[in-house]
Design a binder for this molecule. Structure first.
Ligand code: AMP
Length: 249
């Protein structure tokens, strides 16, 4: 069984992002970039399936600029067998990524595609769902457990107030939630080995996909700063303020 894992290069989770002065977006100059955390979980899950003898090959795919090669090498250091870069400098919206992934799925025919539930930069939470619609494959989003048996995927999903278990016929699309697994650290020997693994490059044009944006960003703004607190002399004043000023009681 071939498993395709979609990985996005995003601003590192520990970076405090700055909005550009003209409000057109987030400043990415000299900012540390990393593999999207949910995609790291997706790679780990695919590699575990391979270690269990369930998957035969794990292919990592990233859409974006040439620098995504580094992200693909990270996925290969975790254990992916090879990488595919769909190279473009265009700004990619989830629909464009879903179309690119569909075009690659048509060529690679994976039985299972694992994506992150969301990219931590745009927080869209759309690509997996759009990909399922475009490929007419069953989907299970927010997976916290994944088991493959007899041509089916059994997925436990994190939903409001509990867990839901669904069974999907393969080929299928799964998106990862935080509790699915804890990704391993890539060891130095595996980082070195990853440098020699195959990495193919293609382009949206070669895949016949139009990635022109459908959305326009009107404005990006920093969250409003918090107002300073005040000290109150006694409980009576606090209650009065909560009642009359904050109007929360
Ligand atoms: P989003 O819908 O943007 O929140 O992204 C959800 C998931 O889609 C991510 O966790 C990735 O697995 C995948 N994805 C989004 N953008 C890309 C990209 N440029 N390249 C590869 N995978 C992506």
């Amino acid at each position: 069984m071939k498993v395709l894992v979609a990985i996005k290069r995003v601003v590192d989770a520990n970076v405090k992002v700055r909005v550009k002065a003209d409000g057109s977006g987030v400043d990415l100059a000299n900012v540390k970039m990393s593999i999207n955390p949910f995609d790291e979980i997706a790679v780990e899950e695919a590699v575990r399936l391979k270690e269990q003898g369930v998957a035969s090959e794990v292919v990592a795919v990233s859409c974006g600029p040439a620098a995504c090669q580094e992200t693909l090498r990270t996925a290969m250091a975790i254990g992916a067998d090879r990488g595919v870069l769909i190279e473009t400098d265009a700004v990619l919206e989830p629909l464009a990524v879903a179309k690119l992934l569909k075009a690659l799925i048509d060529k690679e025919a994976p039985q299972l595609v694992i994506l992150g539930k969301q990219a931590i930069d745009d927080d869209c939470n759309q690509t997996g769902q759009m990909l399922a619609a475009l490929t007419a494959r069953p989907q299970a989003t927010f997976a916290s457990k994944l088991e493959i048996a007899e041509g089916k995927a059994c997925v436990t999903r994190e939903i409001d107030g509990g867990l839901e278990t669904v069974q999907l016929a393969l080929p299928a699309i799964v998106t990862t939630d935080l509790r699915l697994n804890e990704p391993r650290y890539a060891t130095l020997p595996n980082i070195m080995k990853a440098k020699k693994k195959p990495l193919d490059t293609t382009t949206p044009a070669q895949l016949g996909v139009d990635v022109a944006p459908r959305l326009t960003t009107l404005k990006t703004a920093e969250p409003a700063g918090r107002a300073a607190g005040v000290k109150v002399p006694d409980v009576a004043t606090l209650v009065a303020k909560l009642k009359n000023e904050a109007k929360v009681i």
